[in-house]
Design a binder for this molecule. Structure first.
Ligand SMILES: C[C@H](O)CC(=O)SCCNC(=O)CCNC(=O)[C@H](O)C(C)(C)COP(=O)(O)OP(=O)(O)OC[C@H]1O[C@@H](n2cnc3c(N)ncnc32)[C@H](O)[C@@H]1OP(=O)(O)O
Length: 717
């Protein structure tokens, strides 16, 4: 056995060598240049050593194979040429591995992502553990780059063009059984049998039980059939054209990586592996230095940092939560119950005023778990076990031993006071009371409590199981351990939490309000609904502000709006348009009366023209889409700057993540603070002043921005 810095190399009696990768001091194995430089001569040695019959590559880390290329390397390259060189060096090594004159099997347990999967694709076989920790994927697109270690070439040759484009363009990660089904993994075995299965595979490969392709991978018959089908140029063109259309529809041209991924696959499949790798390296180089990649990588590191943040400035520790109570079996309560029982693995007791409400909440979780069962992500026995941890009631029976109760009842202060008093009466002295209010200040709710130090805001977004953010709201009285416990729970629920101080609208709704209001003002001036939505979607938001209003509910929005207007005055004045529509009983999608039509086949796609007569406008005013977008973005960013200045948020990092994960602020800008940094604070102030002159003081730049301008400061270093 020989020791190296990044791995151990063991040559065993059965002639099978084992490389066990274990990067010192790193939580995850990542591919660094020094690691590849150390590995290259070992592979060369294996080639010439006739006593070695095959090689297994495994990880020495628990629960992680290789998490990809070291992303920190990308920030250190200055030019596209340098980044291209990184990719070319990787290609050289993976090609050597692929062409090795003996079988190489990757034994995969844990995350096998990006460059990690590209290494595995260069091996002759892949056996993977059936652990839920094992996930295979090429998530580079989410970082604004592309698979630069041969992934754009080897993946389509292994699993086919269409499924590989799907994987690379979405960055989705596959669970073991999905990976096997796609032909990405040869075998799925229990972790304990991984090495045994890898050894057997080497023996089988040596006996020629599997066919070796010209590219060095071993194909199944099914894979070969797919390849034959997709090798037809007409069939291929259809697939690529379709992929381009889908990408354009989704990205609106804001993200360069997906187009470049398609280009790599297309060139590689028509001109061969060598040409494909060359274009892959060139495109990779250009993307690594692009502003979009820099922004998206900053989002990755901010999210990673937040995973380690306890949410408070002290070292207060979270207490262990065994049982969580949920009050209210509506949409929010049901979603909260689901993420608590299934993702966080807690015992959950849900209370609603009616048995129907309880049943509907239990059903909500059952439906989501059934879906996972169908996709074979969970087994029937695991599903049953999860369901046995979820129970319901119409009274407070079974609440005595809850460690935290999350209320998701109507937005009514008296009702919230009753909830907190009921919880204090029926639960233990240490039970945390968390409120999912989106509009009522937590301090006001805590005024009804005997123990306000245990009252906290836990603001989830709808639909809870899909939306990644949780805003945790602290009052002056909330104790640090309460916050730390909520942070811990939110992480276990699979969420990214940001901790904010109490204040009207907290953070997310406060920055959303001026953006939505601006759409309302433009609408009242006669700008057409679809133009407003289109402009913001084109600018990178997942949906436009008017569609969002229909989704959230015009009644809900008009409930939050006066609270903000009271707190911040004129700049948050609610546009008259919203009040008029509320009075016309337009609640949006939920009562099928909104800005869009929801009857018959229109399903929210067609504008309900009668809105214009309710508002007394005709939709013929022209405002340039770029201006609509800029006004919305600037107002949001301006308010975000105030939130940071007033300590509503703890950092620009939290403000960026909150806006992206809570609202869908265009990720390619990296969040409102990175957006302001990239424009330059001086330019932001200049543009705000420009609109202030034209449209009034709601555009007045925040004081902090003016100060930062004169000191030439930025938010991030
Ligand atoms: C040429 C190639 O094609 C290009 C590439 O490969 S680009 C990279 C593609 N890979 C990825 O995008 C995967 C990124 N990593 C992840 O998604 C997650 O870290 C994971 C699912 C692997 C593990 O998640 P989790 O267990 O929650 O651990 P997490 O806290 O995220 O990470 C642990 C540490 O590993 C680091 N890390 C993870 N992946 C990394 C990577 N690819 N590069 C550098 N650091 C990485 C994190 O920054 C964190 O560092 P820290 O301890 O110093 O803060």
């Amino acid at each position: 056995m020989s020791d190296n810095t990044f791995f151990t190399f063991e040559h065993q009696d059965d002639g099978i060598a084992v490389i066990s990768i274990d990067l010192p001091g790193e939580a995850q194995n990542v591919l660094k240049m020094e690691f590849i430089e150390e590995l290259e001569p070992v592979v060369e040695q294996i080639k010439t050593d006739s006593s070695i019959k095959g090689l297994i590559i495994k990880s020495g880390k628990e629960g992680s194979f290789i998490a990809g290329a070291d992303i920190t390397m990308f920030g250190k390259v200055d030019t596209a040429d340098d980044a291209e060189q990184l990719s070319t060096t990787g290609h050289k090594f993976f090609n050597a591995l692929e062409k090795l004159n003996k079988p190489v099997v990757a034994a995969i347990h844990g995350a096998c992502l990006g460059g990690g999967l590209e290494l595995a694709l260069s091996c002759s076989g892949r056996v993977i553990s059936d652990s839920p920790k094992t996930k295979l994927g090429l998530p580079e697109v989410q970082l604004g780059v592309l698979p630069g270690g041969g992934g754009t070439q080897r993946l389509p040759r292994m699993i086919g063009i269409a499924p590989s484009l799907d994987m690379m363009l979405t960055g989705k990660q596959l669970f073991p059984k999905q990976a096997k089904k796609l032909g990405l993994a040869d075998e799925v075995v229990p972790e304990a049998n991984l090495m045994k299965a890898a050894r057997k595979r080497i023996v089988d490969l040596r006996k020629g039980k599997e066919k070796k392709t010209s590219f060095g991978s071993y194909f199944t018959m099914k894979g070969m059939q797919k390849l034959v089908l997709e090798s037809n140029p007409i069939g291929r063109n259809i697939i690529f054209d379709q992929a381009r259309k889908t990408v354009e529809k989704k990205t609106k041209g804001n993200y360069p990586a997906p187009k470049k991924i398609i280009e790599c696959v297309e060139k590689g499949m028509s001109q061969g592996m060598e040409a494909g790798l060359a274009i892959e390296a060139r495109n990779f180089g250009q993307l690594v230095v692009s502003p979009e990649a820099k922004a998206l990588i900053s989002v990755f590191f901010a999210t990673t940092e937040l995973k380690k943040d306890n949410g408070v400035d002290s070292d207060a520790e979270a207490v262990a939560l065994r049982k969580v109570g949920v009050l209210g079996g509506g949409l929010m309560g049901s979603g909260i119950a689901y993420v608590s029982v299934d993702k966080a693995g807690k015992q959950v007791r849900i209370k609603d005023i009616s048995p129907e409400g309880v049943n509907s909440a239990l059903n909500y979780t059952w439906k989501l778990i059934s879906k996972k069962m169908k996709k074979r992500i969970v087994s029937p026995s695991d599903a049953r076990r999860t369901m046995s941890n979820l129970t319901g009631t119409t009274d407070y029976s079974g609440f005595k031993d809850t460690d935290m109760v999350i209320e998701a009842v109507f937005e009514d202060l008296d009702l919230k006071h009753k909830m907190v008093q009921d919880v204090e009466k029926h639960c233990s002295d240490n039970t945390i009371f968390a409120t999912n209010t989106s509009s009522i200040p937590i301090t006001k709710i805590a005024e009804g409590a005997k123990k306000p130090e245990k009252v906290v805001g836990l603001h989830y977004f709808s639909p809870v199981e899909k939306m990644p953010l949780v805003e945790i709201i602290s009052t002056d009285k909330t104790e640090d351990w309460v916050i730390a416990t909520c942070v811990e729970l939110a992480k276990k629920q699979g969420k990214t939490p940001i901790v904010v101080n109490d204040g009207a609208g907290f953070y997310v709704n406060r920055i959303l309000a001026p953006y939505i209001n601006e759409a309302g003002i433009l609408l009242s001036e006669g700008v057409a609904i679809e133009k407003l939505d289109k402009a913001m979607v084109q600018a990178g938001f997942p949906v436009g502000p008017i569609t969002l209003l229909d989704e959230v509910g015009i009644d809900v929005a008009t409930k939050v709006a006066p609270i903000l207007e009271d707190a911040f005055g004129e700049r948050m004045a609610t546009p008259k348009a919203f009040e008029k529509l509320k009075n016309d009983d337009r609640k949006g999608k939920k009562n099928k009366r909104g800005f869009y039509k929801y009857d018959g086949s229109s399903k929210g796609k067609e504008v309900d023209e009668s809105v214009y007569s309710v508002l007394g406008v005709s939709p013929d005013k022209h405002v340039d889409a770029k201006e609509i977008a800029e006004r919305g973005l600037l107002l949001m960013a301006n308010e975000a700057a105030r939130c940071l200045d007033e300590n509503i948020i703890r950092s620009a990092r939290d403000g960026d993540i909150g806006a992206i994960f809570g609202i869908g602020f265009p990720p390619f800008h990296g969040g409102p603070f990175r957006y302001m940094d990239s424009l330059g604070v001086d330019k932001v102030v200049e543009r705000l002043e420009h609109y202030q002159k034209l449209h009034g003081d709601r555009f007045a730049p925040a004081e902090v921005l003016v100060k930062m301008k004169s000191n030439s400061e930025s938010f991030h270093s």
